[in-house]
Design a protein around this ligand. Structure first.
Ligand code: CP
Length: 304
């Protein structure tokens, strides 16, 4: 595999191989002193056209823990702000000898497009509403760590599914791994293509959550949506937010997950975010492990 653009096309075995490598990274690198040189001599560049805390920083730390040279460019501080195109920017980075370029962009398919014009491996760190493959991998790793086999696990994904690349990547990955996925949220925030996704969708969130082994809240993406999807955030929380009372409908040992950043008191109440069932902080740690695994697997045997 040269690039990681999405989970579509990856088999159950391939997804499991990445997670197995990520568990190894957690044990052998993160927990035993953060020293490994498997990326020694490689250069890893992050190029982000949208804001990020978790994804950008965890890729940078993952690169450094594995001995790579890592550098970051934010679009706002680069020549993109002077009008340079995405493609010219990627070609410029390529000419400096980058081995891996990690890109976040607001346009779906941006990373797939530029992957045809560079000798570097491209990793999709989120493209529009399309895909966020390393997020879904770290989510599945966290579920596997806590629950064991993903087969037969009922995962309820609640909230703004329409605008969510996290939801799309998780639906694809979890179904490939044999989990049952149900969606919950307002009809105005359900994607039109829901029928073809092979998942059940409920506008009554209680129905979606009932008996779930994992309850995953999604961020309300105010930056991507038109006004009018719901009357107010207070109304949204009352009708669709995950609070302690709603969580009691799930399995007693259900995990609470969220990709972050969380709008506290909107998608999840504060007591649920900070409660004993929440694994949101473990998701962040596993993000570093998954990104180490992906960087190693993409550079292993791949030359520019
Ligand atoms: N989950 C996620 O992608 O978070 P960031 O936007 O902080 O990277």
């Amino acid at each position: 595999m040269k690039h990681l653009l999405g989970l579509k096309g990856l088999s159950e075995t391939e997804i499991q191989e990445i997670m197995t490598e990520a568990f190894w990274m957690k044990r052998e690198v993160l927990e035993k002193g953060k020293k490994n040189n498997c990326l020694s001599g490689k250069s890893v560049i992050t190029l982000f056209f949208e804001n990020s805390t978790r994804t950008r920083l965890s890729f940078e730390l993952a690169s450094k823990y594995l001995g790579a040279t890592a550098a970051n460019i934010a679009a706002s501080g680069s020549s993109v702000a002077k009008g340079e195109t995405l493609l010219d920017t990627v070609k410029t980075i390529d000419r400096m000898g980058a081995d891996v370029i990690i890109i976040r962009h607001s346009s779906s398919g941006a990373q797939a497009f530029v992957s045809n014009y560079t000798k570097a491996s491209i990793i999709n760190a989120g493209d529009g509403m399309h895909a966020h493959p390393t997020q879904a991998l770290l989510d599945m790793m966290t579920m596997q760590e806590k629950k064991g086999d993903l087969k037969g696990l009922k995962v309820a994904i609640i909230g703004d599914v329409k605008h969510s690349r996290v939801a799309r990547s998780n639906i694809y990955g979890l179904k490939t791994m044999g989990a049952e996925v149900v969606l919950g949220g307002p009809a105005t925030l359900m994607p039109a293509e829901i029928e073809g996704m092979g998942v059940k969708a409920y506008t009554n969130v209680d129905e979606a959550i009932r008996g779930a082994d994992v309850v995953m809240g999604l961020r309300i993406q105010l930056e991507r949506q038109q006004k009018g999807a719901f009357p107010s955030v207070a109304e949204y929380h009352r009708c669709f937010g995950i609070n302690e009372e709603r969580l009691r409908l799930a399995a007693p040992d259900a995990l609470v997950m969220h990709p972050g950043p969380v709008n506290r008191g909107v998608e999840l109440s504060a007591d649920v975010i900070d409660g004993v069932q929440s694994v949101i902080e473990e998701q962040v740690t596993n993000g570093v492990c998954v990104r180490m695994a992906v960087l190693k697997m993409l550079t292993d045997g791949n030359e520019r």
